[in-house]
Design a protein around this ligand. Sequence first.
Ligand code: SF4
Length: 529
Amino acid sequence: MRDSAYNTVEGMRMMNRFTSLSPEHGVPEDFDPCWSEPFASPNDDVVHDACGVFGVYAPAQDVARITYFGIFALQHRGQESAGIAVTDGVQMTLSRNMGLVSQVFDEETLSSLHGYAAVGHTRYSTTGSSLLCNAQPLTVETRFGPIALAHNGNLINTAILRRELEAYGAQFEGTSDSEVMARLIAFEANTQPSITEAIRSAVTRMKGAYSVVVLSHGAVFGFRDPWGIRPLCIGQLNEAHFVLASESCALDAVGAQFREEVRAGELVRLDDEGEGLHYIILTEQTKPSMCMFEYIYMARPDSHIYGRSLHLSRRRMGQELAREYPAVADMVISVPDSGTPAAIGYAEASRIPYGEGLIKNRYIHRTFIQPDQRLRELGVRMKVNPLREALIGKRIVVVEDSIVRGTTTRNIVKVLREAGATEIHMRISSPPYRFPCFFGVDTFERKQLLAARMDVESIREYIGADTLGYLSIDGLLRAVSLPKQNFCLACLNGEYPIDIPRDLKVSKFSLEEMSEEEQLALLIPSSLE
Ligand code: SF4
């Protein structure tokens, strides 16, 4: 194994870059790695993407550049921070910062990242705040030299693992579950013969959702939890070399051919031994439960998961929605961009013409500038603006992929009315989002979810639409044409594929918002459940 060939702490160099400082200026003395991002909108009202991960093992190729374009294609999965770690076998070099991939990296930075293997990450924080110290990849030192880890998902036993590791002397720099994973692998490496075995041993302690890439001096690893909640796929870059990516769209971006998905409970290793791709079963006890929101909203429409095109699946969601909730109207429009494939599907099935009614500012992703009060009151118009000429005097079907807190949907209805639409029929291409997610999508508490507090008629009244219809779970499953047991649907039906620890549940299920039955279920000791 090459894992043990470069057992050196000095090999790791870290370059935390600032937008206002060039690397040669160095890091100021008062630099706080837990620097907080100045603006994260409190009114964000969408199901947030989780994170994007990418890995490549390809000697003689510009792996940093390949990784840059890989994570650039995964930008939709996280816009808070980005990073790339590269190894040349002697030195592991890390560059990461807050911001979009294109803000974090420039030609100069990429040119300084030399090596034959790399991993990259784009982050949206689900555990641990939006801080530079939580940006990924994360590097830790192990008995076999440094490793860099990038994670998509969310552990549900972070607190207990962290306490245990701290009791053994581990010193944490950030607050993320991903750092717990990295330090757990480093801890296991003390007693295991290789990084492969250290990962195998560490995952027996991890509970929750994780699709992870790890870089060592000798290999790139990719592994998924036994439920396969977050996606991870393998691409063939050339005859001997492979890449790993959260979604197949990133394979297309770097010219790799889709080979297969990493299976739930499987570890793959990319290196220069044999065919360069090795499969290791981590556990036979798997229960594939892919996140249904990857299908509804999160993954890019040009990606494929479980062999299904997401664009076509979303179009079929719109077609099913039109059958379940028809409307008499003059035009179908989408809430761009995520609602567009379903809106096209709705138009196809209903034979109502599809048109554009809302124009999205494609550069809205993140702003560091707070709007003043007057601009804040304009609310949604910074994100989408109505096309008055297309809307005036029309009865409109508006297709959106989901409603979380309802504030954005309410604003959209208001904006459309002000633009002259005479009727607004809101159609949602997913069932009501009623339960919190613990597996790496958002940090909403149950009381923040509109559909947890209101029935459909009350929501219709709240958002101000003339009619409102949500796609049913059966309709959703017909659209993806796969059996229900393949999916996690927990935020839609409350059936979590993994038992959620009591303390986590209580933190997101505010007791006063719960039925007596739900409260009792939480209050009885787990041994009696
Ligand atoms: S709870 Fe919902 S968002 Fe979370 S993993 Fe399951 S389906 Fe996806």
